[in-house]
Design a protein around this ligand. Sequence first.
Ligand SMILES: Cc1cc2nc3c(=O)[nH]c(=O)nc-3n(C[C@H](O)[C@H](O)[C@H](O)COP(=O)(O)OP(=O)(O)OC[C@H]3O[C@@H](n4cnc5c(N)ncnc54)[C@H](O)[C@@H]3O)c2cc1C
Length: 407
Amino acid sequence: MMAKGTRRRVVVLGAGWGGLTTARHLRETAPELEVVVLERNPIFWSCPLSNKWLIDVVDTEFLLHSYAEPARKYGYTFVQTEVIHIERDKKRVLTAKGYVDYDWLVVSAGIKVTYEPWFGNDQRAIDHVQANYSSAYVPSAEHLGLKRRIKEFKGGTIVMTLPPPPHRCPPSPYERACLMAAHFQKNRIPAKIVILDPKPRIAPIGLGYKQAFEELYSKTITYVPNAGVKEIDPFNRVAKTAAGDFKFDDAILMGHHQAAELTWKLGAIGRTADGKPTNWAAVHPQLYNLKDDPQVYVIGDSVGAVSPQFGHYPKAGHVANRQGRSVAQYIAQQAKGQAPTPLLIDNLCYMLVNPDPLEAINVQFDYKIGPEGHLIQTQIDDNERRLSLWKEDLRWYGLMMDEFARG
Ligand SMILES: Cc1cc2nc3c(=O)[nH]c(=O)nc-3n(C[C@H](O)[C@H](O)[C@H](O)COP(=O)(O)OP(=O)(O)OC[C@H]3O[C@@H](n4cnc5c(N)ncnc54)[C@H](O)[C@@H]3O)c2cc1C
């Protein structure tokens, strides 16, 4: 489809938070390079703010953006296609539309949700969960199905299983529970939401969420810690966990999260000391390149552990955005024959716990290099729910969309 021309080329796989940021900034940091973005979806769909959309705090236009407009504005090529394989030895990518050659490759393909730990290769059970109890944790039509299920729910018990860490956007399942509970309470729907958390406590922003659960949603939300899933029977609607068995009428069954399939195809998955896959990409903690290839990068949620102190960066759009900006700079330096200068990133996240009145909580993370040369993370939870944090969330989201998603 696209053999190499005269200009050197960066190919970006995935037009989500990390990929679009990389493409936009590359056009400024290295205008001499050609940039090609490959993405399976026809339109950008934001997972951030999607919990609010589920109960109509924001509308659909807020989350959806045309891929054509930023591509035109910043001057990169966008191709809608499924990426099938990566041939690193030939420096080319196989897509449903043909081959694309690259000089640099940036993979920001997000996560894969897997149900194998529960069901092995029982495809009937996996299909049943995907059709009826999917979690809407990747940009896909699952969001539409979940919204319909919430709107049509007449009453009963909804079980929400959280994945074992690390997983995409750690505070967001609790936010979703709060907003669903608010919707059910407002509409007098006799619903119970049971959160089955494999962790021993709510994290992050544990106090803020605990207060919201107790003060606003005690009739509706039951939080169960140490409730790692042992077995799910999706046909008889039972979740068997380390904290007991739970029957449900409806459910949001969050399968295990791991690096996106493309990261596996890249051969980028790390190994544990005993040789098992870590399920996440092994990259340099600040440069994000593969250890054996300085011109192939993995960013965003697929990135594996980066620090002995805190393990993974939180899997957040903000982090993917900061990594995308960094990689644009690294590639520009390499294009000039220079070694990349590692950059530090930051992270923050706002979670709406009350839609009426609008009140949010917040968590912030800062990173520095510690005395032993490792990344160190500082986390600050802001547990006091208030309107000003919701306004900050809207501002943050608007700035992000203006930066990479809106033309
Ligand atoms: C409910 C929810 C709420 C969230 N709230 C926040 C928040 O408030 N703040 C925050 O910072 N983060 C939030 N996040 C997390 C955020 O969505 C992710 O961290 C972010 O999207 C990660 O960026 P990424 O580029 O790694 O992946 P993505 O944004 O998922 O992009 C990956 C892209 O790759 C494409 N792709 C994958 N495989 C292929 C293939 N084979 N061929 C072609 N295309 C492919 C996908 O279609 C997708 O568009 C939230 C997530 C959820 C689910």
